[in-house]
Write a new protein. Structure first.
Length: 93
């Protein structure tokens, strides 16, 4: 969705590339905001995996704490990027 919205915004004129489906911010911003909300929604499950000793797959030993730390840091960076890309949608809401 984000890649498609970015390509449409880049290749098409403004009056075509801004279908205003969700907000007037444009398709790219709307897609970034949706991905931000989706990433934010799965954050509690990642915290649950950390606090309850996740096993991936179930027969294997517990996932090391360093894996959870790296995943958390990458998730924070991803949320930051998506928020900046979707800021127009958040402002319009």
């Amino acid at each position: 969705g984000l890649l498609t919205g970015g390509l449409i915004d880049w290749l098409a004129p403004v009056y075509i590339s801004s279908p205003n489906i969700v907000t007037t911010a444009g398709l790219e911003s709307d897609c970034a905001a949706a991905l931000f909300l989706l990433t934010w929604a799965v954050t509690p499950s990642n915290i649950f995996m950390y606090t309850h000793g996740a096993r991936l797959p179930m027969e294997q030993p517990q996932v090391p704490v360093s894996f959870h730390v790296v995943r958390f840091l990458l998730q924070v960076v991803l949320l930051g990027f998506l928020y900046q890309l979707g800021e127009g949608t958040f402002d319009a809401l």
